[in-house]
Design a binder for this molecule. Structure first.
Ligand code: SAM
Length: 247
């Protein structure tokens, strides 16, 4: 039965208040191998998804992006490389952020990039602050998605845009069967081999299964007052990009 105080954590349902610290520990444990595992698990395809995401974000030099759950900085760094003005990368986990800081090789970005440890459910920013807010493979891990979406809405400027990249539901049965086989059999074993982290990668697989599908996520985003909500599928729905406006 639905209980608003509970949320998913892998196969379990746990109190929302417990999820944040569990997720924080998990990403602390995987941070050193996070980028390598993403490449191995997706054959590098996550890089193409992230580039498509940036395409749709269309960086502008006078815009300030908040990249929430920004982790090791892929989206924030790419946004700047592709002409964006400024970026604040916020994440629950210091270790993920410090891996990202070590990747920031361009000194030109020093004045344009801010790394911040913060929970996306309670952002330390004034209302109407950012031109755009993005979250890439992060919303699935947040304890209370609506709380985070409401915060995103609050900190966006009127006319600002929210962009979300996340795993989603595969749209063709054959691809779905192959994808399920790969997820259930290969990903946890790969996690164990590369970083000794089997259970953390079992969490990843379960969290993907339990995340809302494309239409459900669009409704959730609309529920936080965003307008003109749209999505597009990537790789047959393995991932999807959602967009909504604060208008
Ligand atoms: N955005 C990066 C990417 O696309 O590679 C990292 C995604 S990683 C799968 C998920 C990130 O979400 C982790 O770095 C984790 O610490 C962060 N996270 C989870 N819950 C969060 C929360 N409530 N607030 C901020 N960050 C959170």
């Amino acid at each position: 039965m639905y209980n608003k105080d509970f949320t998913d954590f892998g196969k379990s349902d746990i109190l929302k208040s417990k999820k944040t610290s569990l997720v924080k520990n998990l990403f602390g444990e995987v941070s050193e191998n996070y980028d390598l595992m993403n490449d191995l698990m997706s054959f590098g395809v996550h890089r193409l998804w992230k580039e498509s995401f940036i395409d749709w974000m269309a960086p502008r030099k006078n815009h300030h992006l908040l990249d929430l759950a920004g982790g090791t900085g892929d989206i924030g760094l790419s946004y700047l490389r592709r002409g964006g003005g400024k970026v604040t990368i916020a994440d629950l986990n210091f270790k993920m952020l410090s891996v990202g800081k070590n990747k920031q090789i361009s000194k030109n970005f020093d004045e344009k990039i801010f790394w911040l440890a913060s929970n996306g459910e309670k952002l330390p920013f004034n209302d109407n602050n950012f031109d755009m807010v993005s979250i890439s493979f992060g919303l699935r891990n947040v304890a209370d998605k609506s709380l985070a979406l409401n915060e995103i809405f609050r900190v966006l400027k009127p006319g600002g845009r929210f962009m979300c990249l996340e795993f989603s539901k595969v749209t063709t049965p054959l691809l779905d069967s192959l994808y399920q086989l790969w997820s259930a059999n290969v990903i946890p074993k790969l996690g164990e081999k590369i970083s000794g982290q089997k259970t953390n990668y079992e969490y990843l697989v379960e969290s993907i299964k339990r995340f809302p599908n494309q239409d459900e996520l669009a409704s959730l985003i609309r529920g936080s007052r965003f307008n003109f909500v749209k999505f597009r599928n990537l790789s047959g729905g393995i991932a999807a990009i959602h967009s909504g406006w604060k208008i």
